[in-house]
Write a protein that binds this ligand. Structure first.
Ligand SMILES: Cc1cc2nc3c(=O)[nH]c(=O)nc-3n(C[C@H](O)[C@H](O)[C@H](O)COP(=O)(O)OP(=O)(O)OC[C@H]3O[C@@H](n4cnc5c(N)ncnc54)[C@H](O)[C@@H]3O)c2cc1C
Length: 403
């Protein structure tokens, strides 16, 4: 079979699935492409859901392409369509409505779903989660001036919603199990900065405590404290959507394990985006990378490989978060080395480089996008640097690239 004529089915019409479909066509793939998503909306940009969609006067979600553009690209976009079964021998997937789609090559881009806290669900306090456009559109009208919002989880989603809620005039309490905010990143300087940022905007921060149950008018913590609230938003991480991969017999306990070209252990079946488990040299382990840039770029590389142009992906993880007026960007593994802070963490503009064995393995830039451009190149190139240069505030970071 001519690979360029292969029938391709993509399960999951999120960032990864959508960009993969585009990249297949860009790579010269002529065969039929079906892009199947269970959400009712055509593929859209998810990062806005905890930012502009909650804050702006009008929600205005950004679609990756208008519906018509998918047909112009000759991609059959099936929305509100759940794939419920996959068969590697017969090379078919089955939709919930009984329809079967045959494939020669299959891409699993099923993403993640929120981790739910059963002990909080179905109690007397309304509890919300945020993953989809539908979730964001339902949350938006709840953020009314004076409403008391409890954010359970001080990770990126919780902190961004805290920022949006404060902008909308709500009273906010952030509850985090760990001793500091954004514990996933493992940076003391960033955690301290975020604590003072959110406190200065009026958020109450409760670290080292767990929400035990909801009560009428609030939440009870494990230490007995009561947090007054009209609504709780839970943001305690996500889990990979791997049911189809498990049916296919793929190793997918923590995500669908893939090679650098996106291939799974089954010939012709690939995985991309949040659901894919990749080897991360900067972290020395297999991991899923849950960010927009990975969903887009690892999916594009995988699509090219599916089209017969072997393309390895290995960029270090990079993501951004917007909270109030702070743009926070993180690359690589900031917890993987010794932190060197450049600039003043109290004035809302600083950079952190994390150095291990003479290499920058991770970095953080707060309102310092130019520094981040340098840090991304340093982490990717594994170029050797002198700690003394980084520690010298007068030394320009970009000189490290030339050295
Ligand atoms: C609120 C929010 C804010 C974010 N902000 C940022 C940010 O600022 N910066 C950043 O870098 N990243 C951010 N992210 C993360 C980023 O959006 C994700 O990493 C990215 O969207 C992952 O894309 P994906 O296509 O792999 O998965 P998803 O976006 O999860 O898409 C997977 C899709 O597959 C569908 N699906 C699953 N199973 C099936 C099935 N069996 N049949 C049919 N369809 C199925 C799902 O419904 C979903 O639509 C944010 C995420 C959220 C939720």
């Amino acid at each position: 079979m001519d690979l360029k004529e292969a029938r391709i089915v993509i399960v999951g019409a999120g960032q990864a699935g959508a960009r993969a479909a585009e990249a297949l066509r860009a790579a010269g793939h002529h065969g039929p492409i079906s892009l199947v998503g269970e959400e009712e909306h055509p593929p859209y940009e998810r990062p806005q859901l905890s930012k502009a969609v909650l804050i702006d006067k009008e929600p205005n979600p950004t679609l990756i392409r208008q519906a018509q553009d998918w047909s112009d690209l000759e991609v059959a976009l099936l929305t509100s369509s759940s794939v419920v079964a996959a068969d590697a021998q017969r090379r078919v997937v089955a939709l919930a409505n009984g329809r079967e789609l045959s494939f020669d090559r299959l891409l699993l881009a099923t993403g993640t779903r929120v981790r739910r806290l059963a002990e909080l669900d179905n109690g007397p306090l309304p509890v919300r989660y945020l993953r989809s456009l539908g979730d964001a559109l339902a949350l938006r009208p709840e953020l009314k001036p004076g409403r008391r919002i409890a954010l359970v989880g001080g990770g990126v989603v919780g902190l961004e919603v805290a920022s949006a809620a404060i902008r909308r005039g709500c009273q906010v309490t952030i509850i985090e199990k760990a001793d500091s905010l954004l514990p996933q990143i493992g940076s003391g300087s960033l955690a301290d900065y975020l604590r003072s940022l959110h406190s200065s905007k009026g958020a109450r921060i409760v670290c080292g405590a767990v929400a035990k149950r909801t009560i009428s008018g609030g939440l009870e913590l494990n230490d007995g404290r009561l947090i007054p609230a009209d609504l709780a938003l839970v943001g305690v991480g996500v889990e990979p959507v791997t049911e189809l991969a498990l049916q296919l017999g793929l190793d997918s306990r923590r995500g669908i394990r893939v090679t650098s070209t996106g291939a799974t252990a089954i010939e012709g079946i690939f995985a991309a985006g949040d659901v894919a488990e990749q080897w991360s040299p900067g972290h020395d382990r297999w991991m899923r990378i849950e960010n927009w840039a990975n969903a887009q770029n690892q999916a594009i590389a995988t699509a090219r490989s599916m089209a017969g142009i072997e393309t390895a992906y290995g960029a270090p993880p990079w993501f951004w978060s917007d909270q109030y007026d702070a743009n926070i960007q993180i690359v690589g593994n900031p917890a993987g080395g010794d932190e060197i802070v450049r600039g003043d963490t109290t004035d809302g503009r600083f950079t952190v480089a994390s150095v291990r064995d003479g290499e920058v393995v991770g970095g953080i830039a707060v309102n310092s996008a130019r520094d981040m451009a340098v840090l991304r190149r340093l982490v990717a190139s594994r170029k050797r640097v002198r700690k003394s240069d980084l520690e010298n505030p007068a030394f320009e970071l970009k000189r490290l690239l030339a050295a």
